[in-house]
Structure formats: structure tokens, C-alpha cells
Design a protein around this ligand. Structure first.
Ligand code: SF4
Length: 367
């Protein structure tokens, strides 16, 4: 292995597995860069990303790592923020002393070396830290469940699969044949089935991005599909990555995002199901099928959804991964406070008496 590592570094510069990208939040938390988070949010999940000179072979229309994006690989953002590159040894060393970190997640990208390097990085993390480890897998590289079993053996306890687009048509248009990309909807769901078999029910999660042009009914349908298969949903709000083909597409209106957060909470907490919810002729959620007022009041539904730490609470809290710090928070990285709940109610269009008001939501957007 040492030989391979040396050769890769000499030929290609700083690449995985010796070098790994961290999210900007992880870089700040590990002290590679100086700075603090808006509202003193604390990062609990360390997000890492494999890095290769060639980048990701996917061409997803909305993604900051896409081959179709106009930026050099080092200038690329992913899930809205920068991902600086550091030596794996140093990341591991600094992680050991950070008690606030409750989980580490390694994101693969679609690259021929990603599987082999994932196993190496997971093994190192398992041996040298006591953190639970997730892998955000690249399903297009997974052909049978042996690869997933190898990840589990190396030390992974949960996996995420980024379905992202809620319908087969949108998936195909934005990630598959429509962009001459390698990903296929049916294969992604096959890999979810495999992941549930290997890691167990609800130890696999799906990522879904709200605001790619799906209706609320379609998004709720995808969340329910995951739930029925044994996969929880980790929700993201679309953010237009500069230089990506969707840089001018607006983020979803806050009302839409809040309704989907509530629906996800109801479905994933088994408080209700998509079948009990009602939608209008445009597919907008108009009735959750359960009394949502107490759920809104606790605020948990509006927190970041992601893999848990050892205490069972969400560890992957990705502070400000879906919006600029100057904008309203979409996924709360901490428990929303009383004032936040009042704002959330307004965003949902709830009257002081607790009933829903139909609000005209503007989709106008300026960068
Ligand atoms: S929710 Fe977070 S920790 Fe879990 S797979 Fe997704 S990015 Fe990784």
C-alpha cells in the first residue's frame, strides 16, 4: 500500500487516500482555519470527501463537483461550501482530541479508485479513532453487495445514498441520460435494497434535495418509498452552486421546505404516512393527516436530518450547508429556540390560532 501511495503522490500530486477534503465547517472545527459559526453552532459530524485530480465522473446538473461545472477542481464547492484538502494523517490526529465530534462521514465520488480508497480510509479511522463511521456511497461503483460487506467489515456502521432527485424523470434528466451521466435511478434503489440487507433496517439513509422542480407530493412519495424499504431520509434544500448548470435555479420557497421537513419527520418517526396526507391539484401538501401543532412546537422536525452519534441524536448537523449565514436557516444545526419557532410558523403560514393560511409563495430569486 505504501508503494501505491507514494506513486500516486508523485504522479498526481495531493490525492486520496493520502489527502482528503474536509468540509469548511470541519476545517474550522479541526483548527486548520480560524473562524466561528453564526449563532455559535457546533459541528458534530466530521464530513470528509475523497479527492482526485480528475474529479467526479458524474455530470449531475446541480452538483458542485460535476464535470459539467465551469470551475477548476480546487475552486469547486459541494453542498454549498468549500472543501479544503489536508493530509489524512493530520485530519485523524486532530480529530482524536475533538470531543464535540460524534461521527465521521466519508463521501465517495464516482471514480475508479474510490472503492479501494474508501476501505483504506475507513480502516484507518476505525483503528485510530473511536468514532462511528458513515460512508456516503457512490452507487454507480457498486455492482454487488460484496463491496458493501467489505465497507462494513472495515468499520462502517451506516451508509447514505444520494438519490437527490425525487422522481425517475427528474433523476434521469439531471443525473442520468439527460446529462449523458453514468447514474441510473433503478440501480440506485437496488443499491439501497442491498445496503439495508447488509447494514440493517434504518442503518441506510437516502439524501433527497428539495427544490429540483419536483412537486411536494412527489417528494413525500420518495420519502415514503425510502421508509418502506428501511431507509431514513436526510433532507437537503437545493442551493444553486455557482458555475453549475443550475446556478440560476432558485432555492425552494421556505414554506415548501418547512412542509417537507414536517412530512419527513412524520414519516420517519412513524407518526403517520404519505397515504394519510392530502395534496391539492398542484401537488402542494395541504393536510398532514395528523395534528402538526405539537410537532411544530418542539422544533425537532426542522433540525438537520442525518446519521446519529452514539447518543442516538443527529450527529451529522452540517451547519449552514444549505444557505448563507445571512439567510433564514433551513436545517437547524441545533434545537430551534422559541423565536425560531415563531418564524417557522410564519414561514409555514400558520395563523395565531394555529390554522394553516394559504400563502402565495414567490419563487423570485437573485444571486
Ligand atoms: S447524513 Fe451525513 S453522515 Fe449520514 S451519510 Fe449523509 S452526509 Fe454522511
Amino acid at each position: 500500500m505504501q508503494e501505491i501511495l507514494k506513486r500516486r503522490e508523485t504522479v498526481n500530486g495531493k490525492v486520496s487516500p493520502e489527502y482528503i477534503q474536509t468540509s469548511l465547517a470541519a476545517s474550522l472545527t479541526l483548527g486548520f482555519q480560524q473562524g466561528s459559526f453564526h449563532r455559535n453552532a457546533k459541528l458534530k459530524g466530521l464530513n470528509l470527501l475523497l479527492h482526485y485530480e480528475e474529479g467526479c465522473l458524474g455530470k449531475c446538473h446541480f452538483c458542485g463537483l460535476s464535470r459539467s461545472r465551469q470551475a477548476n477542481p480546487k475552486g469547486k464547492t459541494f453542498i454549498r461550501v468549500d472543501w479544503p484538502l489536508y493530509p489524512l494523517d493530520e485530519i485523524i490526529e486532530r480529530t482524536k482530541s475533538k470531543e464535540q465530534i460524534h461521527r465521521v462521514c466519508l463521501s465517495m465520488i464516482t471514480h475508479s479508485r474510490a472503492l479501494e480508497d474508501t476501505l483504506y480510509v475507513v480502516e484507518r479511522l476505525k483503528e485510530e479513532t473511536d468514532l462511528p463511521i458513515s460512508v456516503l456511497i457512490a452507487p454507480t461503483l457498486i455492482r454487488h453487495d460484496d463491496s458493501l460487506a467489505a465497507m462494513k467489515k472495515a468499520g462502517t456502521d451506516r451508509v447514505g445514498i444520494a438519490i437527490d432527485a425525487a422522481t425517475p424523470e427528474l433523476f434521469d434528466r439531471l443525473r442520468g441520460k439527460g446529462v449523458e451521466g453514468p447514474h441510473r435511478w433503478d440501480h440506485y434503489w437496488d443499491v439501497i435494497r442491498m445496503a439495508v440487507t447488509v447494514f440493517g433496517r434504518f442503518h441506510a439513509g437516502i439524501h433527497l434535495i428539495v427544490g429540483l422542480s419536483e412537486t411536494e407530493e412527489e417528494m413525500v412519495g420518495a420519502i415514503q418509498k425510502g421508509q418502506s424499504m428501511g431507509a431514513l431520509t436526510h433532507l437537503f434544500s437545493f442551493f444553486p452552486e455557482k458555475g453549475s448548470p443550475m446556478e440560476k435555479h432558485p432555492p425552494p420557497p421556505l414554506g415548501q421546505y418547512r412542509r417537507i421537513q414536517l412530512a419527513r419527520w412524520i414519516i420517519n418517526e412513524s407518526l403517520g404516512s404519505a397515504g394519510q396526507m392530502k395534496f391539492d391539484e398542484k401537488g402542494t401538501l395541504i393536510d398532514f393527516g395528523v395534528d402538526v401543532n405539537p410537532l411544530i412546537q418542539t422544533g425537532e422536525a426542522f433540525m438537520t436530518s442525518g446519521c446519529p452519534g452514539r447518543d442516538g441524536r443527529v450527529a451529522c448537523n452540517r451547519p449552514f450547508g444549505n444557505e448563507r449565514p445571512s439567510e433564514p436557516i433551513r436545517n437547524f444545526p441545533f434545537m430551534p429556540e422559541k423565536e425560531d419557532i415563531e418564524v417557522i410558523k410564519e414561514q409555514l403560514g400558520i395563523s395565531p390560532l394555529g390554522s394553516f393560511l394559504r400563502k402565495q409563495e414567490s419563487r423570485s430569486f437573485q444571486r
